[in-house]
Design a protein. Structure first.
Length: 147
């Protein structure tokens, strides 16, 4: 049975968040998530592949967050919000499989689950600014993610 997209996205977020604290071994992270989330090794590896793709675009993604965040300096944004934004921006700008409004909606859902209602409003505002004001490169111009 395939993993639901929401659970997969939560796993990607958790890997991004964990990666922010330490650069652990891939095998350790995959093993931990397989055990905690009760997912297959294949699903955990696919999630890790998406994390690697996000990390490859990290400087571009963070450069989109900085000008869009007018109330907080980038360094003051919480790790939960920052990693939800990174995943949301990646899906908004570099992932052809998801409509932009779904990417934004899913980022808000993640923030409500792992953050606070206020952080969900903050993430919504930032993603809205990026979606409307800072055009993403054409998704077809970016390299596809092979999961």
């Amino acid at each position: 049975m395939p993993l639901p997209a929401q659970k997969f996205r939560e796993m990607v977020f958790q890997m991004l968040y964990a990666d922010d604290f330490s650069q652990g071994e891939e095998a350790d992270v995959v093993e931990l998530l397989m055990h905690e989330l009760k997912v297959t090794k294949k699903a955990a590896r696919e999630a890790h592949a998406k994390v690697v793709a996000i990390r490859e675009k990290l400087s571009e993604i963070d450069d989109r967050i900085r000008p869009a965040s007018t109330e907080y300096q980038f360094e003051r944004i919480s790790r939960v919000e920052k990693n939800v934004l990174r995943l949301g921006i990646y899906e908004l700008c570099y992932d052809d499989s998801l409509p932009p409004k779904v990417a934004i909606s899913e980022a808000i859902r993640l923030c409500r689950k792992f953050g606070t209602p206020e952080s969900a409003q903050f993430v919504n505002a930032i993603l809205d600014v990026i979606y409307k004001g800072f055009p993403c490169p054409s998704k077809s111009d970016s390299e596809p993610v092979n999961l």
